[in-house]
Write a protein that binds this ligand. Sequence first.
Ligand SMILES: Nc1ncnc2c1ncn2[C@@H]1O[C@H](COP(=O)(O)OP(=O)(O)OP(=O)(O)O)[C@@H](O)[C@H]1O
Ligand SMILES: N[C@@H](CCO)C(=O)O
Length: 318
Amino acid sequence: MKTTRAYAPASIGNVSLGFDVLGAALAPVDGTELGDVVEVSDAAEFTLTCTGAFAHKLPPGADNNIVTLCYAHFFEEMVKAGKETHHVAMTLHKNLPIGSGLGSSASSIVAAFHALNAHFDCPFDENALLLMMGELEGQISGSIHYDNVAPCYLGGLTLMTGNDAKVTVQLPTVKSWYWVVCYSGISVSTSAARNILPKEVAMADTLTFGRQLGVFVHALHAGDTDLAASVMQDVIAEPYRKSLLPGFDDARAFSMENGGLAFGISGSGPTVFAVCDDADKAEAIREWLQANYVQNEDGFSHVCRIPEKGAVEQQVKG
Ligand SMILES: Nc1ncnc2c1ncn2[C@@H]1O[C@H](COP(=O)(O)OP(=O)(O)OP(=O)(O)O)[C@@H](O)[C@H]1O
Ligand SMILES: N[C@@H](CCO)C(=O)O
């Protein structure tokens, strides 16, 4: 029986300065797999099995799992495209905590579509799959935003174009930067964290947002890492969302006083990230965050790099 398996990494949405338009994939430097895995096998009827450290936090019932919706959507697109299809059994290894700010639903969605596409011999190209991934992310989080699904699927640091013909472009990454991430262990719903934001942005913040994003993209292309780090501030969401994150101000203060070049909320939180260009300082920040920002036994921290690859097909064991 044919089985196909795909891994899709955690990601940082927004990266502070790019609300909804900038995202980064994550790979822990110690080799830990930080992302969901989906397996697809031929079957007479559709089934979904969930395992993994955070499977017990998923909503009960296959019909309420985003992976089931991905399958239904993929099947529909196959029929529309006149492709031959059949049912599959799917297994989700839910390794990312839900409502963590690490792109947990995006990771399930990307792993599901990547595995399905590979299983059916790649009927859809990258951009077509990205559009499907964005649509499904929109169904679950209340609005279509690609800043988790795009880096999760393609790897790297991705900038959204707003153009369906080419959803995203890759930005150069700073090879010397470490990205420390710390998940506190509590859950923050993305749609709730979007609902607390004002519906309109003040003129001064709009100008800052545009200037920062333009300067950041220029600085990455010019290799000016100090300039890039200097504009990594969130004027759109962080001022409102940090009230949802116990210990946020202390975590920022410690990180910035101890070698952090930038600090912010990963996606809609509660995970925070610190950028650092020194491995020892990154590890010291990680240790402090682990000891002081983590709230319960579900929390964790990692020192990461931004991987060039996002989702990958994995060998099926046994
Ligand atoms: N496979 C799945 N993975 C994650 N969430 C799922 C999945 N299936 C269904 N859900 C539901 O989708 C919703 C996802 O909410 P939300 O977007 O806040 O979380 P998230 O994607 O984990 O967040 P984040 O992007 O901040 O990591 C939750 O209500 C969750 O129960
Ligand atoms: N850009 C999204 C990411 C959610 O993880 C938001 O900040 O709401």
